[in-house]
Every structure is written in C-alpha cells, then in structure tokens.
Design a protein around this ligand. Structure first.
Ligand SMILES: [Zn+2]
Length: 211
C-alpha cells in the first residue's frame, strides 16, 4: 500500500464514529489505496483532529514517542493492525458476510488489551471506564479506538453502515440522515465529483469511452 503524508482536516472525520474515522485514514481502498499514517506523529495529528483526546494526553504521547521511537513504531503497527481488522470486519458486515476468523481474533485481542488498561473512574455518580497514558502508554489511541469499535459493532444500527459510492474513496460511515439514503462520505467531495461526472456524461455520451 502506498504510504503518504496528509494534512488532516474536518473533512477527514465524516465517519460518524471514531473507529470508522480510523479506517478512513486509508483512502481509495476501492482502487489504489493510500495510507495516510506514515509515522506515529501522523497518528497523533489524526487523533488531534478527531477531538476525542485531550491536548494533555496528546502532548504526553508526543514526548513518549520522541523518547522511544522504536516503541512508537511498534505502537503504530498495532494501531494499523487494528485499523485493517476493523476495516475487514466492517466491510464484511456491510456485505452481510461472515467476518474472517483472523480479523475477529485481531479485534478480540485489541479489545482485550484495551480492557486490561482501562481504569474505573467515578464521575457524575457513575462509574466509567477511562484510558490514560500512564496505563496505555503509546497504545492509548489504539485502546480508545478499539473500545469504540466494539461498541459500534455491538450496539450501532449496523443497517446504517455505508461505504461511499465515490470513485477512489472506499470510506465507511454511519448514515445518520433522516432518509437513510446517504451515498457519499461527503457531499462536498465525492458527491460533487459524481454529480459533475454524470453531468459530463449527459453532455457528451460518447466521451465516456474516449478516456
Ligand atoms: Zn467518498
């Protein structure tokens, strides 16, 4: 898979769920996939854009990664293993197929590791499972995403899971629209491209074969 640097922005966070947004750090899965996580700092920049992590935790992770670059590379490998297993399981669910046993085993291992690192914290009179850098170390992002993934696959309305219809996209998202007929990851990008392509084809039907 081609690996490249990418500047993450709000339009990269359209999955409707943190776990799906991690899957979408690979783009064009339907054609020539490009991986936007070349290194651990890229994972940190993605995490910052997701707004799911505190600035303090991200700073602590940045320092840890700088001090232990080999461990950071290993942590990135684990994050990507989770991402790819999650992608495979999500696509299987979308296509109403049984997920691969190896992918399920990888998800299971990720959630077990996350559960082992969780800390119970009392807040608003209730107990919550929380994750922190002290316990999760460089796997904090992976642990949090793993638990999001399990919650999504256990509880979400899976009939609302979609893969974008856009060419060179392959992003997955939760369709929260009222009609339940959202086809594009983002109307402003894939939706518009498809519309302008249809317009071009109507204008010059023969042009379709000339490219
Ligand atoms: Zn798309």
């Amino acid at each position: 898979m081609h690996i490249e640097q990418h500047t993450f922005g709000p339009t990269d966070m359209v999955g409707g769920d943190l776990a799906l947004d991690l899957v979408n750090t690979v783009t064009a899965r339907d054609s020539k996939p490009r991986d936007w996580l070349p290194d651990f700092p890229a994972l940190l920049r993605w995490a910052r854009q997701s707004n799911a992590f505190s600035a303090r935790d991200l700073l602590a992770l940045d320092r840890l990664a700088a001090a232990e670059p080999r461990k950071a590379r290993a942590a990135l490998t684990r994050a990507k293993a989770l991402r790819e297993a999650l992608c495979a399981v999500t696509y299987a669910v979308l296509r109403e197929r049984m997920p691969d046993a190896a992918d399920l085993a990888r998800l299971d291992a990720a959630q077990a590791a996350a559960a082992a690192a969780a800390q119970l914290v009392r807040r608003d009179g209730r107990l919550h499972r929380c994750w922190n850098v002290q316990r999760s170390q460089l796997d904090l992002i992976t642990h949090v995403v793993a638990m999001h993934a399990i919650a999504l696959l256990e509880e979400a309305e899976l009939q609302r899971l979609r893969v974008c219809d856009g060419r060179d996209c392959g992003w997955v998202f939760l369709d929260t629209s009222k009609s339940g007929r959202r086809r594009w990851c983002d109307m402003a990008t894939c939706g518009n491209t498809a519309k302008s392509q249809r317009f071009q084809q109507r204008k010059a039907p023969s042009a379709r074969h000339s490219a």
